[in-house]
Design a protein around this ligand. Sequence first.
Ligand code: BES
Ligand code: ZN
Length: 429
Amino acid sequence: MRHAGHRLWTVVLAIALAVAPAIGWAQSTPSGAPAFAHVQHLAGVIGPRVAGTPAERQAAEYMAAQFRQYGYAVEFHTFQFPFFEARQVQLQIAGAPPRAIQAEALLLTPATPPAGIEADVVFVGLGRPEDFEGRRVAGAIALAERGALTFREKMTNAAARGAAALIVFNNQPGIVPGTLQQRGEIPAVIVSQDDGRHLVEAAASGTVRARLVVDAVNETRSAVNVVATRRGTARPNEVIVIGGHFDSVPRSPGANDNASGVATLIEAARVLAAVPLARTVQFVPFSGEELGLFGSSAFAAERRQGVIVMINLDMVGWGERLMVGASPNRDDSAVDTALQVARRLGIEVSRFRAGGSDHVSFERQGIPTVFFHRGVDPSYHRPTDVPANVDPRHLEEAARLLVALIQELSQVRSSAAPVPAAPGPASRG
Ligand code: BES
Ligand code: ZN
């Protein structure tokens, strides 16, 4: 009888645990199922969430509703950013017959006039200032190979020599997406290595005339970061920011990049809602990341006051193993704490260094960061980055580490240093 009773309670407990997330019971441990439900809503129901579009606003409202339901004070932090959308790119090489080459806009390129720009193509090497010596680029379409300089530097150098437009060709097979970082001065596109080499050869043996049409929207738009705040009990003026971007690139539902990260932080917010913490915590889904970290840089610049550490989650739903780190050459003292906490929980985590996401905006303000990331999946920035690309178990693991790390970082110790470094070499993951 004793055994039957034990089994009965096991069954009751299993059922309770299974239904608890679904019916929204307060539950003290992070779980993959509710986190995955957020991924399904953001990436599956809403879909692509380009900053400055109605879908982005819808996602912001959804997340705000979750935080409010858990009892957080929620506000929208509005910022302006240079919105960009490429509508059409056409590159045609004159001849009989004319030939079309596949070209893609570098982000933030200005549009050409509707009829396009028709001019000679002039090869300018890598597009360094010295590469322009003796080349007649004024009024021409400059053709530069990728490498050595940023796309923006090549564009600026070409514009300074009077070029009407710039074509960059890849230094590896295929086309890579690229950005000019800020609004460009002349239209700039990228083509494949193969197409670029053919153009270089043709230009070496005679005149190559091309027509480039870029139809693009460039305008200042506003977008919102969602800010969910819970005041600390003992040190309310010391703030832990937990962030991750919720915007996506056009045409990608952004399930792993980065509904996974915001779903994980929403799940951590749910679990911590009833847990008193000494320091103030702010959960901040950011927008405007994909075009250049615009949401997080506005937030970090305007609201860095009191922020002692920032935790960023970007792409945590796919891949072999969870990684924690900061950008190369930046303060990664808080990463030691994350590794200690992971060891205590029995979660295998590697230490790494990477930029390219919202933690960079905080590092620029001198704030220590911990970046949670799990690797780049084959669907990165593609239409196939759908919820099925995300594993709920990975979200659960990231949420468990996140919850414990927030608790650790919010603890007030008698020493002056809020985040004690781990003793000895064992702290290196
Ligand atoms: N999630 C990516 C960044 C990323 C990818 C970081 C892999 C670390 C490893 C992010 O959404 C993104 O695509 N960022 C842009 C750069 C940003 C500064 C405009 C990128 O990496 O091209
Ligand atoms: Zn991302």
